[in-house]
Design a protein around this ligand. Structure first.
Ligand SMILES: [Zn+2]
Ligand SMILES: [Zn+2]
Length: 348
């Protein structure tokens, strides 16, 4: 039976999405056509390229910059069954209500976020702002998770540059934990936790990859992954939508430089999970929450995956085999021009 619902995990106190109805969704990854690095700008068989037909028969717009659509195989959505089997005893379940979307960054199949121009990245940030506001305003949506999985090692099913949005009826656990930590810290000290993290990073200085007047990129002191990085505005805003035009501009620059350095590290498209940490949209007060983007790269070396095993999966805490200061030093010394860009091409 293809069940689709949310189940409460009473020991972890979090929701698990059961999306067994997606088992038969099409697999587009691992094919020679979509994964060759030097593939063409347009791919006939790609369901994200402009004008192409998606599964289910919907045709993509002939889009020129950004294209956003509701996921054809959503894990949360208005079509999730309302009538679900009542579980026994203490068990709880509910409808997987919400909305899942796909955001194509560019009509160019062979582009990556790192290779987009600064102005394209700014446009994308503004699109994310709009999505957060629009989806967050829906009564059934308590949180908007925007993320990009990049690279085969994190299981991308299509290399066309895109990210996903899960607008859910629950708050994702990492955000809930960060929001609670920020609130507790404020209660105890009257200070904003993320501001004190930034202050400590600036005082040390060794893990800062880039900064400008209002944005900063750094490997956190407490990094769990070898090349983990945070990109954040210097001012506290609970969500990306709170950033002014100037701040968006500065943020785009910090993001672009971080992405370029990642790709330059091993002169290959650098795999990562990128996630926007924005405050929940459940109506509570999140004024102490500081929006930031987190990068969780799964590789320690070009062909060496950081396996999540006993401590991480079994225990829930990370064991890092690398020193954040050393990894930050590697990233700090790399050029800001993408290795694929022609000589003389400027950042913009
Ligand atoms: Zn494509
Ligand atoms: Zn975070």
């Amino acid at each position: 039976m293809n069940k689709w619902e949310e189940r409460w995990h009473p020991l972890r106190e979090e929701w698990v999405i059961i999306a067994a109805h997606r088992q038969d969704r099409p697999w587009h990854g691992e094919t020679a056509a979509s994964n060759t690095q030097n593939s063409a700008e347009y791919l006939k068989g790609c369901y994200l390229c402009p004008g192409n037909e998606r599964i289910g028969g919907v045709r993509n717009d002939n889009y020129r910059d950004i294209f956003i659509f509701d996921n054809d195989h959503p894990c949360v959505g208005p079509r999730a069954p309302r009538e679900i089997e009542t579980p026994p005893g203490i068990y709880r379940n509910r409808a997987a209500d919400g909305l899942a979307r796909v955001v194509c960054y560019s009509p160019k199949h062979n582009a990556t976020l790192a290779e987009l121009t600064l102005s394209d990245i700014k446009t994308l940030l503004m699109a994310w702002q709009e999505q957060y506001v629009e989806l967050g305003a829906r009564p059934e949506v308590n949180h908007v998770l925007i993320f990009e999985n990049k690279g085969e090692v994190v299981g991308v099913s299509n290399t066309h540059p895109h990210c996903q949005i899960y607008a859910t009826n629950f708050v994702f656990k990492s955000i809930e934990t960060e929001a609670a930590a920020s609130q507790n810290y404020f209660g105890k000290t009257g200070r904003t936790l993320f501001q004190d993290i930034l202050a400590a990073e600036c005082e040390d200085g060794r893990r800062i990859i880039y900064e400008n007047s209002s944005a900063i990129a750094f490997v956190p002191y407490f990094a769990r992954y070898a090349y983990e990085c945070y990109v954040a505005p210097k001012e506290t805003h609970p969500g990306l939508s709170g950033l002014s035009r100037m701040e968006v501009s500065d943020f785009a620059e910090a993001l672009k430089i971080m992405l370029v350095r990642y790709d330059n590290l091993w002169r290959m498209p650098f795999p990562y999970v990128m996630v926007l940490h924005q405050a929940p949209t459940d109506g509570a007060d999140y004024s102490t929450f500081h929006f930031h983007i987190e990068f969780h790269p799964p590789l320690r070396k070009p062909n060496l995956l950081k396996y999540l095993a006993g401590p991480e999966i079994g225990g829930g805490n990370f064991l890092s085999d690398t020193l954040p200061e050393e990894k930050a030093r590697e990233l700090r010394t790399l050029p800001d021009i993408h290795y694929k860009a022609a000589p003389g091409v400027s950042l913009a």
